[in-house]
Design a binder for this molecule. Structure first.
Ligand code: HEM
Length: 280
């Protein structure tokens, strides 16, 4: 157990939890890198499916009504993405560089970035609730047939079973893991701000007892360590050459007509006849 947790003693000699063990940080870093090596080898070895260029040419010729650029992310969605990314990297670096031995006054930068992350998450929840298709990102037991069909397809079988809706299953599982980890660090991080010196309110390390603080710090550390691996996986997908078109769309907001036809089902994401609903 001590591989995962760090213990200390209260002034009364009681054994109390203090932090997660920083072994976990290296484990998460290792898991992130192992995942990307495994995925990269799989992509080299497998012939993955993409629409044939002739088929895309024919589709392009048959849809002269489509504009050359198709809106994919609204300005608000892009700003949210890059503000969140900046806050996330600041949080990861300010938290883990000191643990890796780089010494600096990290706590102030850390909680300030934490407040930016908290605000951007609040914005995202409101935006997704009122402007996006809220339920399209969640996973549950109802998705088991889809999971089975996806595994069979990966194994090279032609299966008629359910196809993904707006977001593929992998993306939805990834979102769930991010939600759990981010909610854990935000809720505990806001609580921990009471223990450090900030200009916002008087410091009160006695708000919670030693044991409760131990749980708060351990939950914060667990969420933070999980985010190391999750962020590595996310950046890895964004920089893979076959995904550059998606990354570029997150910067510029649009994709080309050809990319739209090549990668999307025009019956599911209808452009042209009905007004485009960007903002994913
Ligand atoms: C990517 C997200 C985050 C990561 C990876 C992260 C990581 C960490 C780590 C590893 C620590 C050291 C904990 C310990 O000593 O046991 C820490 C401390 C702390 N974090 Fe975070 N954190 C994140 C988000 C946040 C957020 C959102 C806030 C506030 C809103 C926040 C506020 C704090 C505070 C106040 C401390 C305490 C510093 C101290 O007691 O000296 N963190 N964080």
């Amino acid at each position: 157990m001590d591989y995962f947790l760090t213990w200390g003693h209260s002034p009364w000699g009681q054994q109390i939890l203090t932090h997660v063990s920083w072994n976990l940080l290296w484990a998460s870093l290792f898991a992130g890198v192992a995942f990307l090596l495994a995925h990269a080898s799989y992509m080299v070895l497998s012939a993955h499916r993409k629409r044939h260029p002739d088929e895309t040419d024919a589709m392009e010729a048959s849809r002269p009504d489509l504009p050359p650029r198709i809106a994919r992310h609204s300005l608000a969605a892009r700003l949210f993405h890059w503000v969140t990314a900046t806050a996330m990297f600041t949080l990861l670096l300010t938290a883990f560089l000191p643990i890796a031995g780089v010494r600096f006054a990290w706590v102030t930068w850390h909680w300030m970035a934490g407040l930016v992350l908290t605000a951007s998450i609040a914005f995202h929840v409101i935006h997704a609730t009122f402007w996006l298709d809220f339920w399209s990102i969640w996973v549950g037991p109802k998705d088991l047939p889809e999971l089975r069909a996806e595994i069979m397809r990966e194994l090279g079988h032609e299966v008629a079973g359910p196809k993904p809706g707006k977001y593929p299953l992998g993306n939805r599982l990834y979102h769930l893991a991010i939600v759990i980890s981010v909610l854990a660090v935000v809720a505990t991080g806001l609580t921990m701000m009471v223990r450090v010196r900030t200009p916002l309110f008087p410091r009160n390390p006695y708000l919670l007892g030693d044991i409760a603080w131990g749980f708060v710090y351990v939950t914060h550390g667990m969420g933070g360590v999980a985010l190391v691996g999750l962020v590595i996986a996310h950046v890895y997908f964004a920089v893979r050459p076959e995904k550059w078109w998606i990354t570029k769309a997150m910067i510029l907001g649009w994709i080309t007509r050809r990319q739209y036809l090549e990668h999307h089902d025009p019956h599911r994401w209808v452009v042209g006849q009905t007004p485009v609903k960007p903002g994913r």
